[in-house]
Design a protein around this ligand. Structure first.
Ligand code: BGC
Length: 716
């Protein structure tokens, strides 16, 4: 919310600024790695508004420090004390899912369905980052993604808008805190606006085709939630939508984001995305690229110097108006005021409790791991004799995941370490590695179970890391097969960034734990689950296919006239693929626990509601009974789905509208309640308007998108 006093200060400053100083505020440059007189001189002249800390020691080097505090403070001092108007800098960095304490990759965080914990851990992240001089983190990534071939699917919420909304809120509020001007808060950046995850064929940077209907109902909600949560900045994406690069789209950036969603912070371009308009063929040269971007609504230019080198002439020639320039400057200054940078530009000094961060990260990591299969072998006994197999058993760096610049692999708990730390008298761990010689096979014979730790390198996930094959490698399948042939149970721990096609591995596994890239505490968290110290509780935020060829496969697909979907097993005998079942390997929302639950007694507070009442804020209460019918206390994520039965546009067969993570003691029962209102029952139509259409809705409660406990509601 704008406040009058700050707005007046902004206007006063703008009225004192020269054209060059204004453009300087819109210029973000990579921070120098040492003393650099040319940069200091630009700072004195007010020609740099922001740094991206991309050059400082980082990125997987063992004992890296993220920042040179003295150098950062020197740059702040020059900007704040030696430039004409003393406007502070803002220093940003890709702090994506952790700083020193690294959390699981974001798609795994989504699987936790524990958004309070995510928020709390992100305030730990902010505390660690801010202490290193980072004032702005380029996260959350909110790109809805339906194609796991796309390496960046690991950075976002997965395939569902509701999960995207929740993750957006948790990360933004965690990083920015209740008071963004606190020295221990950092600005968040909702990225990549918009549609980046829809890249054709899962090929990074590729074009997309997204209609307004799909944009507003699927891709936009997470960004809307970030804006409603007070996100201070937004980053535009690299992709085009239907022929228009987002960075040159006035419609998307100004009309939708700024006007319709009411975003009043600033938009920063992605790395060189202004200049890339030339490669994309919508700008002849850098000058035209700068004009297109600024006029579309990109306020700050990341790294490619197009604004600082070109905008002066463009304003003089009238290709960019001074009003448009002022509006961009106004937004940048507003964020700097909101962050309190005018009062405290320097690196703050305070104590942190890293041990507490680590223990929260471990708990969160465990609550992100999805138990996909368990025929009773889990939890393991602590006096078991275990054979530890697979390439991930001793891995550390991989577990940090991609986009982790400051995590130190030496601080990571490997799975082997996690498991060994739990073994009690009588138990043993034999490491059998990745290839099974006769001697090693002997070991298996004497084991109670094999724990097979497989996964993918983080370098095949993240940016520019698309794959065509999601199947598990033949060598990993062979390991599982050989272990199984020895007649002992096989527990697969899968450390993948993205959804993988597990169909061929499945028959050889007695249990499967999808552990993702789980961060610094991952190995400890895996052991917590395998030995039953933690009861697994995560749910898939994305569908796991049987085979790569099924992709894209996602749960909120609309109903079709013939038999093209099949996700829900409808029309059993009619398959759209002749060589593969249409159903997923594991559906959205699925995940097991060591407890067993029963969900029953769905009821609605009323089975019809007048449209007008709904529009005035009326709500329907949906409740169901959750019973823990086992002997173990545990968590269950109770999920609410709807289906709009008849509407003017085709609607999804299931849409998630609520999810409650509930703790139920063994033998106990709880009533879980949800609300359905105008927002939940409505949708954006092709003409951009949002409305609820009268008629019949099916309401489902369950523990995956296959929920079949149903009630009917009528909007009259
Ligand atoms: C990525 C962004 C990132 C930026 C700065 C780009 O290549 O797409 O997500 O924040 O680089 O490092």
């Amino acid at each position: 919310m704008k406040d009058r006093i700050t707005e007046e200060k902004i206007e006063r400053l703008i009225s004192q600024m020269t054209l060059r100083e204004k453009i300087g505020q819109l210029n973000m440059v990579p921070s120098p790695s040492g003393e650099d007189e040319a940069v200091f001189e630009m700072l004195r002249r007010g020609e740099i508004g922001a740094f991206i800390m991309s050059n400082t020691a980082h990125a997987y080097s063992e004992d890296s420090v993220s920042a040179d505090e003295a150098l950062i403070n020197k740059m702040h001092r020059i900007a704040a004390e030696e430039s004409r108007l003393g406007i502070p800098l803002i220093c940003g960095r890709d702090v994506i899912h952790g700083h020193y304490t690294v959390l699981p990759i974001p798609i795994a965080l989504a699987a936790s369905f524990d958004f309070d914990a995510v928020r709390e851990c992100y305030s730990d992240v902010a505390r660690e980052a801010a202490r290193d001089g980072i004032q702005w983190a380029f996260t959350p990534m909110l790109d809805l993604a339906r194609d796991p071939r796309w390496g960046r699917i690991i950075e976002g919420p997965g395939e569902d808008p509701y999960v995207g909304e929740k993750l957006a809120e948790a990360v933004v509020k965690g990083l920015q805190g209740d008071d963004p001007s606190s020295e221990q808060s950092v600005a968040a950046c909702a990225k990549h606006y918009i549609g980046y995850g829809a890249a054709e064929g899962g090929r990074d940077y590729h074009k997309t085709e997204i209609t307004d209907y799909t944009l507003r109902n699927f891709y936009l909600p997470a960004f809307r939630s970030a804006v409603d949560s007070g996100v201070l900045t937004v980053m535009n994406s690299f992709n085009e939508i239907g022929g228009q690069p987002t960075g040159s789209s006035r419609y998307l950036l100004t009309e939708v984001l700024k006007q319709e969603l009411g975003f009043d912070g600033f938009v920063v371009s992605d790395w060189f995305s202004v200049q890339q308009l030339v490669n994309q063929g919508v700008a002849e040269d850098e000058a035209q690229a700068a004009a297109l971007s600024l006029n579309a609504g990109v306020d700050m230019d990341m790294s490619d110097r197009c604004y600082i080198d070109r905008l002066e002439a463009l304003v003089t020639e009238g290709r960019v108006s001074e009003e448009a320039l002022d509006e961009a400057v106004r937004r940048v200054l507003r964020v700097k005021f909101r962050l309190g940078l005018f009062e405290h530009p320097y690196v703050p000094v305070y104590r942190q409790d890293r041990a507490a961060h680590m223990s929260r990260a471990r708990a969160l990591s465990a609550s992100c791991m999805v138990l996909l299969k368990n025929n009773g072998v889990l939890p393991l006994k602590k006096n078991s004799r275990l054979a530890l197999l697979g390439s991930m058993a001793n891995e550390k760096a991989t577990l940090l995941g991609m986009w982790c610049l400051d995590g130190n692999p030496n601080h990571v708990i490997s799975i082997a370490e996690g498991i060994k730390s739990k073994i009690e008298e009588g138990g043993a761990v034999n490491g059998c590695g990745t290839d099974l010689s006769d001697e090693q096979l002997m070991h298996l014979q004497w084991s109670d179970a094999a724990v097979l730790c497989i996964g993918e390198s983080r370098y095949v996930t993240g940016e520019a890391a698309s794959l065509t094959t999601l199947e598990i490698s033949d060598s990993d399948i062979l390991l599982a097969k050989k272990a199984k042939e020895r007649g002992i149970p096989v527990v697969a721990v899968m450390c993948f960034g993205r959804p993988r096609a597990t169909e061929e591995l499945e028959p050889y596994c007695d249990a499967i734990l999808y552990a993702w890239h789980g961060g610094t505490a991952a190995g400890g968290a895996v052991a917590d689950i395998l030995f039953g110290d933690v009861n697994p509780s995560a749910k898939l935020p994305v569908t796991l296919p049987r085979k790569t060829g099924q992709v894209p496969i996602y749960y909120n697909v609309s109903s079709s006239g013939r038999f093209v979907n099949g996700y829900y097993g409808e029309r059993e005998h009619e398959q759209n693929y002749l060589d593969c079942d249409c159903t997923p390997m594991y559906p959205f929302g699925f995940g097991l626990s060591y407890s067993r639950f029963e969900i029953s007694d769905i009821s609605l507070s009323q089975d019809s509601i007048p449209y007008e009442k709904l529009k005035d804020g009326g709500k329907i209460k949906v409740s169901a009974k959750l019973r823990n019918i086992s002997e173990r206390d545990g968590w269950e994520v109770v999920q609410l789905y709807i289906r709009d039965r008849v509407a003017s546009m085709t609607r999804p067969i299931r849409e998630l509208k609520g999810a409650e993570k509930v703790w139920v003691e063994a033998g106990d029962a709880k009533t879980v309640e949800f609300e359905l209102g105008f927002k939940e029952l409505g949708f954006y139509k092709g003409d951009k308007s949002f409305d609820v259409e009268k008629g019949k809705f099916e309401v489902y409660v369950g523990n995956s998108c296959y929920a079949d406990l149903k009630a009917e509601l009528r909007v009259i």
